[in-house]
Design a protein around this ligand. Sequence first.
Ligand code: KG4
Ligand code: ZN
Length: 327
Amino acid sequence: MLAIETSCDETAVAILRGNGKLLASEVASQVTLHQAYGGVVPEVASRHHLTQLRPLIDFALSRAEVELKEIDAFAATSGPGLATSLMIGASAAKGLALSLRKPFLAINHIEGHLLSPFFGCEIVPCIALVVSGGHTLLVEIESFANYRLLGQTRDDAAGEAFDKVGKLLQLPYPGGPEIDRRARDGDPMRFDFPRSMLHSGDFNFSFSGLKTSVRYLLPKLDRDCTNDVCASFQEAVVDVLVSKTMAAAKSHGKRLVTVSGGVSCNSRLREKFKAACAENGIELLIAEPKLCTDNAAMIAFVAAQKFARGESSPLSADIDPNLRLVA
Ligand code: KG4
Ligand code: ZN
């Protein structure tokens, strides 16, 4: 399986043998290009996907020591994401499939993140938290393609909140990893930020109020407290994510929790999930960091599940920037 991921600002290509033998997983990050703008500029992203993708496919094939004619199927992320970015990867995969007379598979980016903790393994029932720059979802997984959405964010995604607070603090883009680093030298109890919807009785989230609290606090500070703001903000996000996920596991009788998406790289999130799961006798599965942020290996993994079931997508299948995990 050769899979392409271009939903946002990472150009990624992976080659997978069977269900879990990853022969290559290459990511050409554009982060330094977008840093000057403090966020992703769609036009800049798509132009770079266009120039990076061909050489990256060649590089992945040479890394995998596989020839193009040996590939059995081609997959690409078809949504959600930026339309102008999605269409570059999807068009390339369709072109390859058409010219080599091989199947094409259109893959949902959120499903890629969702199943990444199971990479190379059997997909078993669990409560899955997906936390990325664009999404915050709590999902009940029964088996492959059998998902139930329990809750999601009402406004900003968790990663988006990290990035916006990073911007308020004038930290380099993306704010998430930088806040994680700064928080290690900060006091998580210094500022008592709101834990929105913690007791809402459902599995939805809201992070925009938290971001606003940070915004109103900053002008009142008379000296640099960046590390303490980072630690206290991060603690508030992590508290809500861990608490709601554990509540979902308990109420749905699941003994396994998975966490995926870029924010699952966060060191405090990992630490607190580990402690909460150990305390409640629940197993925890979080992918290694390079499978958490955007990559094509997770897209190849979902495609391999579908391919094994004899599924493929028509070449007329269009991209969908607003594609949902569950209809
Ligand atoms: O999954 P991902 O690579 O792309 C999307 O699908 O959005 O996630 C990117 C997000 C960004 O918001 C980034 O700031 C956040 O993941 N992120 C982190 C960390 N590493 C990446 N957030 C908090 N702590 C981190 N260590
Ligand atoms: Zn993503």
